[in-house]
Design a protein around this ligand. Structure first.
Ligand code: GRF
Length: 204
């Protein structure tokens, strides 16, 4: 069994997409073992309840954009207790630091709403719109110490339309996220993803 831990701060639509994909594709070897959030009102916790998945809200009072080492240790402890093979960040609004990285080397992935390395950081769809690019999209990548800099696994392209608003563009990017994130999880669970330096290879 390949167990995944899912971390989110917001609405959790990517988590739902991963769970749906596991069900509809009959991926019986993949188990959504635990869902964690730093935000008590995150939709991800509601999804966990609805789907009958173990879930915990571990809040951070001291910092806004990172977790203190003590809080990171709490996350790591729960993830280890659930024996996760892969951690999927899905709109988890905290930069992951040492405790996570050293305990789960090469086992943390993220989804970002742009074609990295363009537009790292917050509200990437707005950055793309303001910059005037004709195409943007989304990227799944391994997580390393830098923000949105890890080796790229999959990307999907979304054209920017003349009348796009931040909302319409983000909505179309999310439709693609809901395709590439579950696929990324499946490929890793099947052992089809390997990394060499910055390059990620999909085999088979
Ligand atoms: C997504 O746009 C993802 O790319 C970004 O945060 C957002 C999370 O959305 N990292 P949701 O909570 O999965 O709907």
């Amino acid at each position: 069994m390949f167990t995944i831990g899912l971390l989110a701060s917001g609405k959790g639509s990517n988590i739902q997409a991963i769970i749906n994909y596991i069900k509809t594709e009959g991926l019986h070897n993949i188990n959504a073992g635990v869902i964690l959030s730093d935000n008590p009102s995150s939709g991800a916790l509601e999804i966990a309840k609805k789907e009958g998945i173990k879930h915990y809200c571990i809040q951070e009072k001291k910092y806004r954009t990172i977790l203190s080492p003590e809080t990171e240790k709490k996350y790591v402890k729960v993830l280890k207790e659930h024996k996760v093979d892969l951690i999927c960040l899905a709109g988890f609004m905290r930069v992951i630091k040492e405790e996570f990285l050293k305990n789960f080397p090469g086992k943390i992935i993220n989804i970002h709403p742009s074609l990295l390395p363009a537009f790292p950081g917050l509200e990437a769809w707005k950055q793309a719109l303001n910059y005037g690019v004709k195409f943007t999209g989304c990227t799944t990548h391994f997580v390393e110490a830098g923000v949105d800099t890890g080796p790229i696994i999959l990307q999907a392209v979304v054209p920017v339309l003349k009348d796009d608003t931040p909302e319409t563009l983000h909505k179309r990017i999310q439709e693609k996220e809901h395709i590439i994130y579950p696929l990324t999880v499946k490929l890793i669970a099947e052992g089809k993803v390997s990394i060499s330096g910055r390059k990620v290879y999909i085999n088979g």
